[in-house]
Design a protein around this ligand. Structure first.
Ligand code: ARG
Length: 462
């Protein structure tokens, strides 16, 4: 028997075009659903037996055959690539018939590949989501370790990529931690809608066999059964949600990548990547290139693209199943693989990142980043904020013209621009003081950041 024997035939007199057969085939990639397909088939077989559609003996034979197929597939997944089946469903069913004979032909009773593929995909995705949640948590752990081992480090904070206000390095780490916390929540939320059983919807109208769908759902660990058979075989919004959650993870990693790349330039000189995650140049001996972070940034585009391709693929589809939907799988698999790999590499980058603390302190102490502090000082002396802002601005212009920092101006120079300034102004301009004042929840004072670190740590454990 040819490996490519298909699941229909009665209606067809002529053979399919060879080029079309190849074009139509998804086994090259949907073999990834193999374990899910077998698992769902076992549950379907059990439900047919309970419904009296299969005898106990037939069900035992079928389940035994499915187990043999699973064992072989797990032991030697490589052999899939040598086979020419249309898809994973036809592969499992053909192998079953080969193994146990005619009773294998009864497995597909009351089932269609339409509800089967939707079930397999949801089973696969549920595990993928759980796996990604773990990986995001691991990356978050690396952020926390980095923050905790550099509690005294500062960074200049930027807006518009212009020096804005000094921040604690740990505060910067926690910003990324927060983004990934929301990413974990998004994945967990998406999982709720993934974990619904389509099996029993058959081709689109539901099944005419008395299958207990609730018990199939329990057996496969689904929280509930789909409420509408047409929707159940047509719905791929759970795929869109997943890929969009992946896109946001990639966007967060990509923004981090950009920060790390920028801060590792000679011009900034704040960070140095570990040798483990950098490359050299074949021509320029001095180079240390942040390829790891550049690839993370670049691959973000790829995952965003998968989200777009899914939306475009679904947009004009009439109900219910259409073969266009076979295109969902590669987008899903590649999104998962890409995000997993990027989380792994990013974790390694963070574990091997050196901070040039002298340089970041120097950068955080210069560039008039304490001008807001000067305005706040004037407010404390009774000046309305708008006037204080303007006055501080004039003092900055004066300092720029003298080529000095604010704290290097004499008290007389300052007083000539704002009479209410006294000697205590200098205390307000110190870097540490600037940081300390940002002491409301979410701010960059050491106390707030220490509290935030503790909360972050326990959120990872919980
Ligand atoms: N390989 C197909 C897919 O991925 C499986 C479902 C086929 N259903 C059908 N009616 N031809 O969508």
């Amino acid at each position: 028997m040819s490996d490519s024997k298909n699941l229909w035939g009665g209606r067809f007199a002529g053979a399919a075009d060879r080029g079309f057969v190849d074009f139509n085939r998804s086994f090259g990639f949907d073999q990834r659903l193999f374990a899910a397909d077998v698992r769902a088939s076992v549950a379907h077989c059990n439900s047919l037996a309970t419904a009296g559609v299969l005898t106990g003996e037939e069900a035992t034979n079928i389940n035994g055959g499915l187990q043999t197929i699973l064992d072989r597939g797990i032991a030697d997944a490589g052999h899939f690539d040598t086979l020419e089946f249309e898809d994973v469903h036809s592969f499992v069913e053909s192998r079953l018939v080969e193994l146990i004979g005619d009773s294998g032909r009864k497995l597909h009773t009351g089932r269609s590949r339409n509800d089967q593929v939707a079930t397999d995909l949801r089973l696969w995705l549920r595990e993928a989501v759980d796996d990604l949640v773990q990986r995001v948590g691991t990356a978050q752990g690396a952020w926390l370790d980095l923050a905790e081992s550099h509690l005294g480090s500062v960074l200049p904070g930027y807006t518009h990529l212009q020096r804005a206000q000094p921040i604690l390095f740990a505060h910067w780490c926690l910003a990324y931690f927060e983004m990934l916390s929301r990413d974990r929540e998004r994945l967990a939320d998406c999982r709720k809608r993934v974990n619904v059983l389509p099996l029993g919807s058959a081709a689109l109208a539901g099944t005419s066999y008395p299958i207990d769908r609730e018990s199939v759902a329990r057996e496969l660990g689904f929280d509930s059964v789909s409420r509408n058979s047409i929707d159940a075989v047509s719905d791929r919004d759970f795929c869109v949600e997943f890929v969009n959650a992946c896109s946001l993870i990639m966007i967060h990693l990509s923004r981090l990548a950009e920060d790390v790349i920028l801060y590792s330039t000679t011009e900034f000189g704040f960070f140095e990547l570990g040798d483990a995650v950098a490359t050299g140049s074949s021509l320029m001996p001095q180079k240390k290139n942040p390829d790891s972070m550049e690839l993370v940034r670049g691959k973000a585009g790829r995952v965003i693209g998968h989200g777009t391709s899914l939306l475009a693929m679904l947009k004009g589809l009439p109900l219910a199943y259409n073969k266009d939907m076979q295109e969902d799988k590669e987008a899903m698999f590649d999104s998962f693989d890409t995000v997993s790999a990027c989380l792994g590499v990013t974790t390694t980058v963070l574990r091997n990142l050196s901070i040039n603390e002298e340089r970041t302190r120097e950068a955080a102490s210069t560039g008039y980043m304490n001008a807001t502090e000067l305005a706040d000082y004037l407010v404390r002396k009774g000046m309305p904020f708008r006037e204080a802002h303007e006055t501080a601005g004039r003092i900055v212009v004066h300092a720029i013209s003298r080529g000095v920092e604010l704290h290097e101006l004499s008290i007389e120079e300052m007083r000539s621009l704002a009479a209410s300034i006294e000697d205590d102004v200098f205390a307000s301009l110190f870097l540490e003081r600037t940081l300390e004042t940002k002491s409301q929840i979410g701010g960059t004072s050491a106390e707030c950041v220490t509290d935030a670190l503790a909360v972050a740590r326990s959120s990872l454990l919980g």
